[in-house]
Design a protein around this ligand. Structure first.
Ligand code: NCD
Length: 339
């Protein structure tokens, strides 16, 4: 696809070549994310982040990605402080905000709300997560991470074996990731979830349509065996009608070092879109895995920055101008330690 000026609302817009193009541009962004080079290529451009639902890393990484390309960021961070509470329609907000910004990122609690908003926006809109529907940029950074981790283990995306664990019904990140996996070959997916939180049938049908192998597991210990990647998810309590219902499932599946050592292959990559729920009753991903080198969750969140930089560069048509508008190093020293 030609990304210039396009909305990114669903991964269904992308084919394999598009995904590979995004990943190639993301690789080019790494020196800028690591402050080895500085670019001002988006000098004068404005991103508006409209986050009508809780977020830390998605909002900050979109904003930081834009800043690292030289652009400015404006944002609203909750429904309570926006004119939505005065009854303003998405259509009106889109007309207004697209007059202020070159690109917009929006997160909303209702499935399809970002697409509805985009219809009335004059600027390109990126979906930062809409209800339990999709989270396309998260799935792209997840797949980018999977590819990097597999390559480091002399494996490839084609032939991937992945276990998706937890709330597969409401988790929008796994919904988008499943769709991206249909672009690759010979994949085996273990769906590890209680029957009531299983992946929607339409998405399982997508996997079957392209010939991928799908297996269902209700026991964690069985589902995590013989896979390259564990993709753990949080019970999406905010999507349940009653808190009590969510509590039934919290803590049902817990990945910790003991489960990993006993049941997983020794180089299995451990992923999670984050946030992990560290409260006593949940703990789907134990902190005792933090010293396990196969825990990729923070490499995953770091990758969010370069993948989002790549999307902005593609949409605003500056991929080939980034270098020309850059200087070798910043004026300050990057004192952080990168993996
Ligand atoms: C996810 C989301 O918002 O869907 N978080 C994120 O963006 N990294 C996953 C979650 O909240 O569980």
């Amino acid at each position: 696809m030609n990304f210039v000026g396009e909305h990114i609302l669903s991964v269904a817009q992308l084919n394999r070549a598009d995904v590979e193009e995004i990943f190639a541009v993301a690789d080019k962004m790494t020196p800028f994310a690591h402050r080895e080079r500085i670019t001002r290529v988006l000098d004068g451009a404005v991103l508006c982040n409209l986050f009508f639902e809780a977020s830390t890393r998605t909002r900050l990484s979109f904003g930081t990605a834009f800043n690292l390309l030289g652009g400015s960021v404006r944002e609203t961070t909750d429904v309570g402080s926006s004119s939505i509470v005065k009854g303003e329609s998405l259509k009106d907000i889109a007309r207004v905000v697209s007059g202020y910004s070159d690109v917009i990122v929006m997160r909303h609690s209702i499935d399809g709300a970002v697409a509805e908003f985009a219809e009335s926006s004059r600027s390109p809109v990126l979906n930062g997560g809409d209800g339990s529907n999709e989270h396309p940029t998260q799935a792209l950074l997840d797949l980018y991470t999977i590819q990097k981790e597999l390559n480091a283990r002399k494996k490839d995306l084609d032939g991937l074996r992945i276990a998706m664990i937890g709330d597969l019904k409401y988790g929008r990140t796994v919904h988008s990731l499943i769709k991206l996996l249909t672009l690759f070959r010979n994949i085996r997916v273990h769906l590890v979830a209680p029957p009531d939180l299983n992946m929607p049938e339409t998405m399982i049908a997508e996997l079957h349509r392209v010939g991928h192998e799908v297996q269902h597991f209700e026991q964690l210990e069985q589902g995590v065996q013989a896979v390259d990647v564990l993709y753990v998810t949080r019970i999406q309590e905010e999507r349940f009608s009653f808190d009590a219902e969510a509590s039934e499932y919290k803590g049902l599946f817990r990945i910790n070092q003991a489960v990993y050592s006993q049941h997983c292959q020794p180089d299995t990559v451990i992923m999670h879109p984050l946030p992990r729920d560290s409260r006593e009753d949940a703990q789907e991903l134990s902190v005792d895995l933090d010293s396990n080198p196969n825990l990729a969750v923070f490499r995953q969140s770091d990758n969010g920055l370069i993948v989002r930089m790549a999307l902005f560069a593609l949409i605003l048509d500056v991929v080939n101008k980034v270098e020309d508008h850059s200087t070798p190093v910043g004026w300050f020293t990057d004192v952080r330690k990168w993996d």
